[in-house]
Design a protein around this ligand. Sequence first.
Ligand SMILES: C[S@@+](CC[C@H](N)C(=O)[O-])C[C@H]1O[C@@H](n2cnc3c(N)ncnc32)[C@H](O)[C@@H]1O
Length: 286
Amino acid sequence: MREEKVKKKVREGYAQIASNSSSCCGSTAADETGKSIGYTEEELQSVPEGANLGLGCGNPVALASLKEGDIVVDLGSGAGFDCFLAAKRVGEKGKVIGVDMTSEMVDKARQNARKGEYTNVEFRLGEIEHLPVADNTADAIISNCVVNLVPNKKKVFEEAFRILKPGGRLMVSDIVLLRELSEALKKRAPPESCIRGAIMKDKYIETIKEAGFQDVKIIEKVPYSEDVLRDPDAKVVVFNPEKNAEELKSLSELDEKTKEIAIEAMTASMSISVSATKPATKSSEA
Ligand SMILES: C[S@@+](CC[C@H](N)C(=O)[O-])C[C@H]1O[C@@H](n2cnc3c(N)ncnc32)[C@H](O)[C@@H]1O
C-alpha cells in the first residue's frame, strides 16, 4: 500500500513536470544541467526541443557503448532525451524502446519522436517493475535517474535481467546515498525528488548482483561540488511546498533551516553510473 502511494505521488509529480515543460523558459536550465552531467553541446542540440527536461543525473548513452543494430530499452524514459541519442547510435537496423509509467511523459516523448521524425524509437506506457517487453529481447538497457524513485528496486533489476539477451548490458546512472538521511530532510523532500527514495550505494550494487548480473562496476562517481558550498550564488535544488515543485535557488536566498537541508541533500548523496552484464551462458552463471 505504501509503495502504491509513493508511486502515485511520483506519477503526479512527473505529470506536472511534463505538462509545465511546454514553456521555453526551462530549456536553458535543462541544457546547463545536461552539460554539467556530461552531455556534449552537440548531443544537447541534436534532439527535438523539449526532449531534455534536465531530469537526468548522468549520461548513460555516452557510457553504454551502443552499437549499430542494438535493441535498447530505456527505463523511465521521460520526454525521450536519452532514447533519441540512443536512436542515432543504433541506426535504422536497431531499435529503442522507452518505458515510462506517466502517461503525460509518454505523450510528450511520442510528440517529440514525431517532431524529430524518428522511425526507430517507440514509447510504451508501463512500470519498470513490470516491463512491457518480452524475455531475452534487449542488447542493452539504459536508465537515467529513475530507479531511485522506485520503492521496489529489486524487482526493477530482476525485470532488467529478464528482458536482456544473454550477454546483454545494463548501464544506469542514478542517485545513491553515502549516509542515512536525517528525519528533517525526509520530511521536507517529496517522494518524486531523487534523494527521497535513494538507497545506500553498497545496497544498490548488491541489489544488482542479487538479480543475477555479473561484472557489476561503478564506472563513474559524481559527488557534490565543494564549490557550491563556497559560492553563495551557486544554485541548489530545493522543494517549494507552495508550488509543490522543486526549484533552483542560490544558497544566499535560503533561510538557515532550508539551507541546512539543501546542503545535507548534496553531501549525503552522489550520482553514480553502473555497468553490469547478464551472463552469456549458463556456465558463466556459476
Ligand atoms: C527523473 S525523471 C528521468 C527521465 C529521463 N530518464 C531523463 O533523464 O530525462 C524520472 C522518470 O521516471 C519515470 N518513472 C518513475 N518511476 C517509474 C516506474 N516505477 N516505472 C516507470 N517509469 C517511472 C517518471 O515518470 C519520470 O518520467
